[in-house]
Design a protein around this ligand. Structure first.
Ligand code: ADP
Ligand code: MG
Length: 239
């Protein structure tokens, strides 16, 4: 679990400022969803939190400790992307265990964690299969399993469902909600441009617009009290 604070976070690529002074607090154990139109900076913000990009100015802190200079591997973060990028020549088991090899967990511990995650994600019957022998939904669950076994304090998801068809999207979304509950409320930050995903998964939603925070609130707060037409339009409320 981790509380995450962003203070006046800015990010420029060359002369172009993409993240324009974001202030935000994500509570320990919270499921926070970032929504906003394509190109507004959702993925960039996630990559800054993960440490995959350096912040141009401002402060990022986990549990009160500034992590601006902390490399990604030391932040205790696991990230799940839209393209699951599994190793095609490795079994499901090995794909899930791979990240832990680097972390130094011994074989018995790796086995235990993989089997536990597989059980949680209903992947136990598929552990010896190769990725190409799985459906898209099963592959995305393997990618989620690979993140779980690393026992992160923060989970980051970047549009993890957008390559799945409609039925699988719903099933995997329910899986992710269940995961949040069963992982003793590990902090999760989830990026999507899908209002339904945002409304159903979030404890709170952060609406981003062109590199700035428009509004942060519970789904109900944003629906009932959007503070701008932009938010109303995005959340689908009648304002
Ligand atoms: P979103 O995830 O909300 O669709 P992104 O965070 O991917 O948006 O991108 C926001 C903006 O930043 C886009 O205009 C994109 O082209 C730009 N951008 C993202 N990464 C880079 C980069 N490495 N170099 C230059 N521009 C980038
Ligand atoms: Mg993106």
């Amino acid at each position: 679990m981790a509380e995450i604070r962003l203070h006046q976070v800015r990010k420029s690529f060359g002369a172009l400022e993409i993240i324009k002074g974001v202030d935000m607090e994500i509570r320990s154990g919270e499921f926070m969803v970032f929504v906003g139109p394509s190109g507004c900076g959702k993925s960039t913000l996630l990559r800054l939190i993960a440490g995959l990009e350096d912040i141009t100015s401002g402060t990022l802190a986990f549990d009160g400790q500034t992590v601006n200079a902390l490399p990604p591997a030391k932040r205790g973060i696991a990230m799940v992307f839209q393209s699951y990028a599994l190793y095609p020549h490795m079994t499901v088991f090995d794909n899930m265990a791979f990240g832990m090899k680097l972390s130094g967990a011994d074989k018995a511990e790796r086995d235990r964690r993989v089997r536990q995650a597989a059980e949680m994600l209903q992947l136990t019957p598929y552990l010896e299969r190769l990725p190409r022998q799985l459906s898209g939904g099963q592959r995305q669950r393997v990618a989620i399993g690979r993140a779980i076994v690393r026992d992160p304090r923060v989970f980051l998801f970047d549009e993890p469902l957008s390559n799945l068809d409609a039925a699988l999207r719903v099933a995997t979304r329910l899986e992710i909600a269940k995961l949040h509950r069963s992982m003793h409320k590990t902090t999760m930050i989830y990026v999507t441009h899908d209002q339904v995903e945002a409304m159903t998964l979030a404890d709170r939603i952060c609406v981003l617009n062109a590199g700035r925070v428009e509004q942060v609130g519970t789904p109900l707060e944003l629906y009932e009290n959007p503070n701008s037409l932009f938010v109303a339009g995005f959340i689908g409320s009648p304002k």
